[in-house]
Structure formats: structure tokens, C-alpha cells
Design a binder for this molecule. Structure first.
Ligand code: 5GW
Ligand code: MN
Length: 352
């Protein structure tokens, strides 16, 4: 006998799920940035595990037949001045080691969407225009790209013309006087965003600093399960000089003699599920530390480094992917793709 009560319960739940899904889909069909302001406090949370779509993106790549490109070699590399693979066999991406035509040929037919998140809170809104304009020129050109801007100043979001398939979404976040608060909430907001996006099957996400500009291609060569960028300030240094969190009482602790690279907090990404796990873990550890009055040396960057020490990135991006304008280019840097602008700290940062 079918229990009528439970049957009704199942039907009602199905209906609610259906309506939720529909609302979700509808909210993405708009294109004007100004219309797309969603306060985060009404964001449905925890709409997750059952909706996770196990994707086969990273299993193997499918190339179009008859694509013409230069013959690859396993004995003659175009780069011999840098290391292009980690000890755990993840590629390290440098200019010259990949074929952009081949990679775009593989990834374009997959019809993926690249999500980028960028925080522009308080005075940092001034960096947004250049960030968006240069992203238009260099970041996943020819792909579907959705840029989520988290800001407390939605009216100051610049109007930047975007190519078809590219959209800007603006999300309100509360203003904050303390960077620690903005920083702490960054992982939380990324986590929540991914929880909304998972059912929509948009595969990849990159989380980027706004005080930076694109100068060269950042494209499909950067795609991977879990993607980290080596920090431009430390990539030639001994691990003992990395500014990891060194107090064992913090959950971001990395012991002396440990650690692979120093990764930057200003750019990381990967598959939605992977970055969700990262954001959730970093947020949890950050908050648990805070309850014990501990703040890691470089806030969420420290937690990110701890995470990547245990969870090895499947692709490592060279410092081409986050340089700093004030730094003279080293000879191994053949191209700067993305770079932090020189900023006047006194002018832009809120008083502590
Ligand atoms: C950052 C430091 C101190 C006080 C405030 C901030 C801050 C950071 C801010 O007021 N508003 C803001 O949107 N941010 C976001 O956090 C920006 O996306 C910024 O790019 C990112 C990281 O902060 P940065 O860029 O100042 O950190 P560094 O290590 O690149 O200098
Ligand atoms: Mn920055």
C-alpha cells in the first residue's frame, strides 16, 4: 500500500524543488548589470549535494579532427629555462609550452561558461573599470564568461561594453571598515555563489583581485580541476622564506621544511566543485581561528596555501598569471598576462 501522506510529501517537495530551479534559471537570463543586483542575504543556501553534477571534464580531452597545429615533441621543449611540471605531475603553465589554437579547439566546443569573481568594496571600486575593460580584451576571449562583481557601491559599477556571451552580474555586499571582515567574507560569498551555480552546470570559476589588469592572453590553457598561481614575489625563493602562517595554533599552519610553492590569494580557480571545497574549507578554518582570536599572517591567502599544500593543485600557473606592475620583469617572464597595479594604500584602504 502506498502511504498517501508520504506520497503527498514527495509531490510537494518535488514541486518546491521545481519552482526553486525555475527561479534560479530565470535570474540568470537577464543581461543588464544594473538589473542583476542580488543581495546575498536572500540567496538560498545549502542547495547543494544532491544537485552536484559529477562532470567528466577533466577525464580526457577531445580534440576536433583535422585541426592543424605544430607537431609536439617530447625531447625538444620550447622552454628549458623553467620547470613545467610539479613533482606530483601537474603542469606548470608558462608561455611557449602550450598551443592556444589546440586548447581553444578542444575547449570551445564544450560550451563551457567561465565564472570570474571580483570584489570591489569601498574605494577599490576605482579599479573595476580597467579590470573589466582589459578582461574583455584578454580573459577567455571567445568563451562564455560571467563576471560577478561583489560591491557595496552598485551605482558606481562602470558600464563596460561586453562581447556577446559575456555578462556582468553585480551583487551587493555590506560595506566594511575592516579588511579582515571583507577578506573573511570573500570565501563565504564565493562558497554561496558556487552553491547556486552548481545545478546550472557552469564548469569553471576564477577568483581574482580587482586591483589588477590583463595585459595578455589568459585562456583555456589555465583550465583545470584545482588551479593555483605562484606568487610573483616568492617564486625564486627557498620555502623557508615563504610567508606562510608559522604558528601551529592556526589552522593555516605550515611547518618548517614543508610547503611546495607560495601561491597568491589574488588569483585561484578550477572546477566549481573543487573551488567550492576550497572556499568552504578556508572559510571554516578562518572562522575557527577567529573564534580563538587567531588571524593568519596573510589572512585567506595563508589558508589557501595550507589548503593547496594538502590538496595539490592539478594545474599551477606561473607568475605570468599574476605579476606586479612595480616589479621589473625577470628573464623567464616572456609575457605578463595579469598584473597588480601600483596602488596608494593610504588613499584606497579604509582606516583600521
Ligand atoms: C584591502 C586591504 C586593506 C583594507 C581593505 C582592502 C580591500 C580589499 C578593500 O577595501 N576592498 C576590496 O574590494 N578589497 C578586495 O580584496 C579587492 O578585490 C582586492 O583586490 C582584494 C585583495 O586586497 P588587496 O588587493 O589590497 O591585497 P594585495 O595583497 O593585492 O595588496
Ligand atoms: Mn591585490
Amino acid at each position: 500500500m502506498i502511504n498517501v501522506k508520504s506520497l503527498t510529501a514527495v509531490l510537494v517537495s518535488a514541486l518546491i524543488l521545481g519552482v526553486l530551479y525555475l527561479c534560479n534559471s530565470l535570474s540568470y537570463s537577464r543581461t543588464s548589470p544594473q538589473q542583476n543586483i542580488t543581495p546575498n542575504n536572500i540567496t538560498p543556501k545549502n542547495r547543494l549535494s544532491a544537485d552536484v553534477n559529477a562532470m567528466s571534464n577533466e577525464v580526457h580531452l577531445v580534440a576536433p579532427d583535422h585541426l592543424q597545429y605544430e607537431q609536439p615533441s617530447i625531447v625538444q621543449g620550447s622552454r628549458t629555462d623553467v620547470v613545467t611540471v610539479t613533482p606530483w605531475m601537474a603542469p606548470i603553465v608558462w608561455e611557449g609550452i602550450f598551443n592556444p589554437v589546440l586548447l581553444d579547439g578542444i575547449y570551445k566546443p564544450k560550451n563551457i561558461t567561465i565564472i570570474a569573481t571580483v570584489f570591489a568594496v569601498g574605494n577599490y571600486i576605482r579599479f573595476l573599470k580597467k579590470f573589466l575593460e582589459t578582461a574583455e580584451q584578454h580573459f577567455f576571449v571567445g568563451f562564455k564568461v560571467h563576471i560577478y562583481v561583489f560591491t557595496d557601491r552598485p551605482n558606481e559599477v562602470p558600464q563596460v561594453t561586453m562581447a556577446s556571451g559575456r555578462q556582468l552580474m553585480v551583487r551587493l555586499v555590506p560595506s566594511s571598515k575592516r579588511w579582515q571582515e571583507i577578506s573573511a567574507r570573500r570565501m563565504e560569498l564565493i562558497q554561496i555563489l558556487i552553491e547556486e551555480q552548481l545545478p546550472n552546470n557552469r564548469n569553471y570559476i576564477f577568483c581574482l583581485d580587482v586591483d589588477s589588469e590583463f595585459h595578455g592572453r589568459w585562456g583555456s590553457e589555465s583550465l583545470g580541476g584545482l588551479v593555483a598561481v605562484t606568487h610573483p614575489g616568492y617564486y625564486r625563493d627557498a620555502r623557508s622564506n615563504f610567508p606562510y602562517e608559522r604558528r601551529p595554533s592556526s589552522r593555516a599552519y605550515i611547518a618548517p621544511g614543508e610547503g611546495d610553492f607560495y601561491y597568491c590569494g589574488g588569483a585561484f580557480g578550477g572546477l566549481l566543485q573543487e573551488v567550492h571545497q576550497l572556499a568552504k574549507t578556508c572559510r571554516h578554518n578562518f572562522e575557527a581561528d577567529a573564534k580563538e582570536d587567531i588571524e593568519a599572517a596573510w589572512q585567506e591567502e595563508s589558508h589557501l596555501n595550507r589548503y593547496m599544500w594538502i590538496n595539490k593543485p592539478s594545474k599551477v600557473l606561473s607568475p605570468e598569471y599574476l605579476w606586479q606592475d612595480f616589479k621589473p620583469r625577470n628573464p623567464e617572464i616572456h609575457i605578463v598576462r595579469f598584473s597588480g597595479v601600483v596602488k596608494n594604500y593610504a588613499e584606497i584602504r579604509p582606516n583600521p
